[in-house]
Design a binder for this molecule. Sequence first.
Ligand code: CIR
Length: 263
Amino acid sequence: MPATPSHAIVRPPSRAYASCLREQPVAIDVDLAVAQHRGYVAALREAGVEVEVLPALDDAPDGVFVEDTAVVLDTVAVLTRPGAPPRRAEVDSIAAALAGRRAVARMEAPATLDGGDVLRVGDVLVVGLSTRTNAQGLAWLRQVAAVDGIEVVGVALGAGLHLKSACTLGGDGLLLVHPGAIDPEALRALPVELARVPEPQGANVLALADRVLVSAAAPRTRELLEGRGLRTVAVPLSEIHAGDGALTCMSLRFGRPGDGPVA
Ligand code: CIR
């Protein structure tokens, strides 16, 4: 398994979440979203992660998706310039939360990058070139990541919002992929085994030290992981998925400096 992050920063959805960005104009039950977020925080804490809960942002409909606003590495962190302009105001509060934890660099125009497009595999960051993340954003990240000796490689995203909507690590050396959004061939060079998941919501999981958090919407992916001897925990996320979010999007995870790569 990748090392369990010692810390996570999260932020509950505010009432404004009802008007978050999303591809399909599906209705969102904000009370249920808040309850599901609480369940997510509890699942992180039960796994031993120290969780800092930031105040909800009344004027940021997508503020719950903190993963997109920063990429935290071993000694440095990049504050991103999110690809969707209405989301850029979310970054300031994350800057404050990261201050003192890492040396922080702030991305500048014309670079754009969403943290959901950044997948860490050992000492490599795979960056999805998507509607949110551009080549300048990748170049920015590459420059900062070099400080920690981390290489950055790009892959084109065919469909879907973010790279990590399509693939995440399910355990040490195991990359779960939903082939709808990314050609698994594009990931062949990585030192991982690729496993195709049967459900789109199964591609985004959070592998912790002794368990894998999986969306409750992906029971067959849980079966696949349990069949490999991994312990899974189902997390109900219907209202988060309604806002085009996945499990990892709701936290910014990191270890103590020197802990090595975390999921
Ligand atoms: C957005 O469109 O930006 C949000 N509604 C969803 C962001 C999901 N974040 C992620 O996958 N990392």
